[in-house]
Design a protein around this ligand. Structure first.
Ligand code: AKB
Length: 320
């Protein structure tokens, strides 16, 4: 990985991924691209930023040529809740965007690409506790359908065409830099902002909707560690289970209350509750642990303490 392109770079994961990649590989070697033209302040000035629509293959090719790219982190996608509002648009962006990236990878002989998957690959018929790496994949959302298809497509090109494509099944990601948008797990970020600013939060999931979650530093570590792993050790490629902490809204609220004692949570479940119910609660990530030495640093307690500290500071400084 010498010259890196990140798509969807201004999103929740993209922003912090670009920042970390620029620290490790040098600012000028990491090109942040997004369909929007307003880079978040964290990555606005520490390296090149370009407007790029992943539906435009010619534009992808020209950015790859311009910067002599050898690696792509393809983070652009519509998430689960947004995808249900317009399933065909979700299919179009998530699948055709990924196909464009894979075509460019073949034509320009790129070294490796990261194509993320998600816990949305699962649905009915799967064990919801310790969900195994190899399991039934029957998603109930179009986002999940595109993630299962993306995994199969990526593995096909690894096996049949010798490409190096890697991916993780991301759990819900919690972070304090860029807000997520359009996901079912977004509550676990919103709750912190509302707790710090207003000491109350009305949750769109039920109190006991347990889901796999991960703090952003672990997410960035998992993403880069997988991409840096020795290819010869990998038995899986685009579909690694990764886990850190699993908890429900009421468990998260109780943890937040330890830091903000007058915090109150209420529950008004909406259509996202059904999506949450279709996903596992705890996943087994032993393949990631044995094939590329994955381990997480943040549990619920440590993540909550850190989130509250960072957001309280931002709130004091008028930044949120
Ligand atoms: C979503 O909720 O849609 C995403 C995901 C779990 O992939 N955060």
């Amino acid at each position: 990985m010498k010259r890196i392109l990140v798509t969807g770079a201004y999103g929740q994961i993209g922003t912090e991924l670009v920042n970390e990649l620029r620290k490790r590989y040098g600012g000028d070697n990491v090109i942040a691209t997004d369909v929007r033209d307003n880079p978040p302040s964290l990555i606005a000035d520490n390296g090149p930023n370009e407007v790029l629509n992943i539906m435009d293959k010619t534009a992808i090719d020209s950015v790859v040529d311009k910067y002599n790219i050898d690696t792509i982190f393809h983070m652009a996608a519509l998430l689960s809740a947004t995808g249900e509002k317009d399933p065909f648009l979700c299919w179009d962006i998530n699948m055709n965007g990924t196909i464009n990236i894979i075509k460019t990878t073949i034509e320009k002989k790129l070294k490796k690409i990261f194509v993320p998957s998600s816990i949305a690959v699962w649905g009915p018929g799967v064990e919801t506790i310790n969900t195994p790496q190899e399991s039934v994949l029957q998603p109930t959302t179009m986002y999940g359908v595109t993630k299962v298809s993306g995994e199969i497509l990526s593995d096909y090109f690894v096996k049949k065409h010798g490409l190096d494509i890697r991916g993780l099944r991301y759990p819900g990601i919690i972070s304090s830099e860029t807000l997520p948008g359009g996901g079912t797990t977004d509550y676990a970020v919103e709750i912190f902002y509302e707790a710090v600013k207003h000491q109350k939060y009305d949750c769109f999931l039920k109190d006991d909707a347990t889901l796999p979650m991960m703090y952003m530093p672990d997410c960035i570590k998992a993403t880069i560690d997988l991409m840096e792993a020795d290819f010869d050790r990998l038995k899986h490629h685009s579909n690694f289970n990764v886990a850190a902490a699993s908890f429900s809204p009421s468990e998260l609220a109780a943890e937040i209350k330890k830091h903000i004692p007058n915090f109150e949570i209420t529950y008004t479940p909406d259509s996202r509750q059904k999506i949450a119910e279709s996903w596992p609660q705890v996943i087994d990530d032993s393949a990631a642990r044995s094939e590329w030495d994955w381990s997480h640093d943040f549990d619920l307690e440590k993540m909550t303490k850190n989130m509250v500290e960072v957001l309280t500071e931002k709130h004091k400084n008028g930044l949120i």
